[in-house]
Design a protein around this ligand. Structure first.
Ligand SMILES: Cc1cc2nc3c(=O)[nH]c(=O)nc-3n(C[C@H](O)[C@H](O)[C@H](O)COP(=O)(O)OP(=O)(O)OC[C@H]3O[C@@H](n4cnc5c(N)ncnc54)[C@H](O)[C@@H]3O)c2cc1C
Length: 380
């Protein structure tokens, strides 16, 4: 166990870092301010194989593992965490189809998802339930050979601009086992979208309510077996949590890199900021926090790849630890910039705003503690 990357992994990371540096970072502040969803640049990333990172090559994907995925998301998030995070959600949906879709669903959607011809959204949260997702009330009623979907999904990333929606809806009784997953195309009659939410960060991707008013889909639009939707949604989130953690890591690393450069240039009291030992220690603490986060994130990702029984718990631990550490490091990097850190042009305040939501979505960090607590208490 030497924790080093293979040549292929190092090359993938380098490729994603170069892309982030050339195509993402130079525009990130502009996207944030204009609330622009850079679909063209997302598609450029997908041309490099990043639209279906873990999708099997038979269906147009890159056939890589979770470790490679977290390397990519960390690298892209150095350019813009919101950009990388949307790409991770798109990939999460593609992987759900790759893993659980019928052959017809796979050939209908995967090649186009991998190239970015289609973009995807994941619809679990509802206005009245987020953390308690198994209480969802969107219904899918059987109507002959079809289902009619009615309800609302809240906070849906990419919604309105994306083409394919995986919607978790109730086909049975209360609780997790009454939920099934459906693939809904944007053009479906009865599907509509709310306004783009005004948010603290993540402005480079839209967030909208998805309204379903008797949306008719064929029975074969169900993803996986009836009643398995909640299980599929949770399984996808195990991986999603490592992706979001990777996005925090990349954003925070970029903030730390900026702080290292800045404290080497800025002077106060006749010396460079990085000549004050208190600030040297601050930089050291930040570097330690990120390296600990990275090493642990790789462990969680490897556990998922190896399908270890403790993978869910490790992913929850990593999501909580890395997103908390990432936000904290970015915020400390802002402090090291003094007043300039508060100005948009320095790019630090945007990172802080973008990383804050990673402590909330894909399961709040309280829910991550709940998952871990359940497991450790069960071991007693
Ligand atoms: C920008 C953005 C993008 C998003 N994108 C998506 C998306 O693409 N798809 C999607 O389905 N969802 C998405 N979400 C929704 C997100 O996953 C939820 O907001 C999140 O799961 C929390 O749910 P909630 O907002 O309903 O909070 P609530 O569940 O109401 O929680 C409120 C507070 O109570 C705490 N809490 C709740 N239950 C417990 C408990 N048992 N013990 C301790 N504390 C608890 C929570 O941690 C939180 O602090 C997005 C959210 C945002 C903000």
């Amino acid at each position: 166990m030497d924790f080093s990357l293979t040549e292929e992994q190092a090359a993938i990371r380098e490729m994603a870092e170069a892309f982030a540096q050339d195509e993402v970072a130079p525009q990130a502040i502009e996207w944030d301010q204009a609330k622009h969803f850079p679909v063209d640049v997302l598609r450029n990333a997908m041309v490099l194989g990043l639209g279906g990172i873990m999708v099997s090559d038979a269906h147009g994907g890159s056939g890589l593992g979770r470790i490679e995925a977290v390397l990519v998301y960390e690298a892209l998030a150095k350019g813009c965490p919101a950009f990388s995070a949307y790409l991770s959600i798109h990939n999460m949906v593609a992987s759900m189809i790759d893993k659980h879709g019928s052959e017809v669903q796979k050939s209908a959607y995967l090649p186009r998802l991998c190239t970015g011809e289609l973009l995807a959204s994941y619809c679990l949260t509802e206005p009245s339930c987020g953390s308690d997702a198994a209480a969802l009330t969107t219904r899918a009623e059987r109507d002959g050979d079809d289902y009619l979907l009615t309800g609302q999904k809240m906070f849906i990333s990419g919604a309105g601009a994306t083409d394919l929606y995986v919607v978790m809806a109730r086909t049975g009784g209360p609780g997790a086992k009454g939920v099934s997953a459906f693939l809904v195309e944007k053009e479906a009659a009865g599907l509509s979208f709310g306004a783009n939410e005004k948010k603290m960060g993540w402005n480079a991707q839209p967030t909208r309510t998805v309204m379903l008013d008797k949306v008719r889909v064929k029975a074969d639009a169900m993803l996986g077996p009836e009643g398995a939707g909640f299980k599929l949604a949770m399984e996808a989130l195990d991986g999603g949590r490592t992706s979001i953690a990777a996005c925090s890591l990349g954003g925070a690393q970029s903030a730390l890199d900026k702080a290292i450069t800045y404290t080497n240039e800025r002077k106060a009291f006749g010396q460079k900021l990085n000549e004050f030992q208190a600030l040297q220690f601050a930089l050291a603490e930040m570097a330690i926090d990120l390296e600990v986060s990275r090493t642990f994130l790789w462990r969680a990702a490897a556990a998922l790849d190896a399908k270890l029984p403790e993978a869910t718990q490790l992913c929850a631990m990593a999501k909580k630890h890395v997103t908390d550490a990432g936000f904290d490091v970015a915020n400390r990097a802002l402090q090291l910039h003094g007043g300039y850190g508060y100005l948009a042009d320095y790019g630090i305040e945007k990172i802080v705003r973008d990383l804050r939501v990673h402590q909330i979505l894909e399961g709040t960090n309280e829910i991550m503690r709940l998952i871990v607590a359940r497991t450790v208490i069960a071991q007693a």
